[in-house]
Design a protein around this ligand. Structure first.
Ligand SMILES: [Zn+2]
Length: 408
């Protein structure tokens, strides 16, 4: 769960030459990513590294295939400089979303482009079953992207390490209490694994690849099996002191309401507005094991259970949106995750006139609520980008802009 947050400028970090060399490599990679392609002199000017240091680092990165030569730029008099760009084939990262009922795995190249994806239903959430499925999915993806695997990011439903809330209930992973997930997953696949909560990774995925591309402050209400909140503040995820920020599923929305099977309180948001509750209600009328496509079909046919759930979810989510606006003052609130686009659009429509909040400005660049664009892949895309930051960027915030700026 560690994300590198070293400063964006080249510095001698203490007296450890290895660390400062590693840092300066990231600074060079980052500046090249942000500009698409650059010559050595330009890199030196932008990074304030010496021309000799830049020459050495660029040679090294080209040798490792992380950068590639792009030929010479025609400009002015004299010999035009050789241009360098990030080599998409220089490495790949894999992102895996482990939800209570399915696993999504994606592979990205070094430029952040999607190279392959796999979606597998999970019938069982025990560590044994998940770890073996995880290892199989990973080796299948690894075979399909020929380049070197730079890292693996995994998202799992939080919250992490909360007494009475850890790994219990239908929206979390049964059997994982007390298991060091990152260590177990690393051992299963033989690579270093970074673990993050699903809603935070979904927000990062949306920031990199979807509706959040040009938005640096937003909230993302994420429909997994339960419901979560990812917060992007000044381009970076806000994680809180223990990685549990945004656990809105267990915010009380109905005092004395329905008992919550996950935390034992009453009236949690998750008990009304989660996909789990929708599926439970459908099971109650004999429609079992609904996948996203089934929900889409039932919604299109205006099935009364789906209609009723959408109406109730909208009734609880509207005030939640206004509360998030009042507390966090985001540019917009994005709704996304493992529900059909049409269902999310319908929830937004039925929220109707949102309660007044600090966001009730006449002059708004964006609507108060938007649907996410990365659909079912959003959390897995966010997961895959986690090791990318670790490998090639000096700072998460800078890298988010950097990836968005890389031309296709
Ligand atoms: Zn609860």
């Amino acid at each position: 769960m560690t994300i590198q947050t070293i400063g964006a400028h080249p510095v001698a970090l203490g007296k450890n030459p290895e660390r400062s060399r590693e840092h300066n490599r990231r600074v060079v990679l980052d500046v090249v990513r942000r500009h698409g392609s650059l010559g050595r002199a330009h890199i030196a000017k932008l990074t304030q590294l010496t021309p000799q240091a830049v020459a050495n680092i660029v040679d090294e990165l080209v040798g490792e295939r992380l950068l590639m030569e792009m030929g010479r730029l025609r400009s002015g008099r004299g010999q035009p400089p050789i241009q360098f760009a990030v080599n998409p084939e220089g490495g790949a990262t894999i992102g895996v979303e482990i939800a209570a009922d399915h696993m999504v795995a994606v592979a990205l190249d070094l430029s952040g482009r999607l190279r392959d994806k796999r979606i597998t239903p999970l019938k069982d959430t025990t560590p044994d079953h998940i770890l073996s499925t995880f290892a199989e999915e990973l080796s299948a993806l690894n075979r399909s992207v020929a380049s070197k695997l730079l890292g693996v990011g995994v998202v799992m439903p939080g919250p992490f390490e909360i007494e009475g809330m850890t790994s219990v209930g239908p929206t979390t992973l049964a059997g994982w209490a007390g298991v060091d997930a990152a260590a177990a997953l690393s051992k299963a696949c033989g690579h270093a694994v970074v673990v993050e909560n699903d809603a935070t990774a979904a927000a990062v995925g949306e920031r990199l690849f979807g509706a959040g591309l040009a938005i640096s402050n937003f909230c993302m209400i994420y429909f997994g099996v339960g419901i979560g909140l990812g917060i992007i503040q000044d381009g970076s995820p806000y994680r809180g002191a223990f990685g549990n920020a945004g656990e809105i599923g267990h915010v009380t929305v109905a005092p004395k309401g329905r008992p919550c099977p996950s935390c034992g309180q009453r009236g949690c948001l998750e008990g009304y507005a989660s996909a789990y509750v929708l599926k439970e209600k459908l099971a109650g009328v004999g429609i079992e094991n609904c996948e996203v496509a089934d929900l889409e079909r039932l919604h299109a046919a205006a099935h009364p259970v789906v209609e009723g759930w959408v109406e109730e979810a909208a009734a609880y989510l509207g005030p939640m949106v206004a509360m998030l606006e009042n507390i966090l003052d985001p540019q917009t609130v994005i709704l996304g995750g493992a529900l059909p686009d049409a269902v999310i659009d319908d929830i937004i429509r039925r929220m109707g006139n949102l309660p007044t909040s600090v966001a009730s400005r006449r002059q708004r660049a964006l609507p108060r609520v938007l649907r996410g664009q990365t659909g079912q892949l959003t959390a897995a895309l966010g997961a895959a980008s986690l090791p990318l930051f670790h490998v090639v960027t000096p700072k998460l915030e800078t890298s988010l802009t950097a990836i968005a700026d890389i031309p296709a």
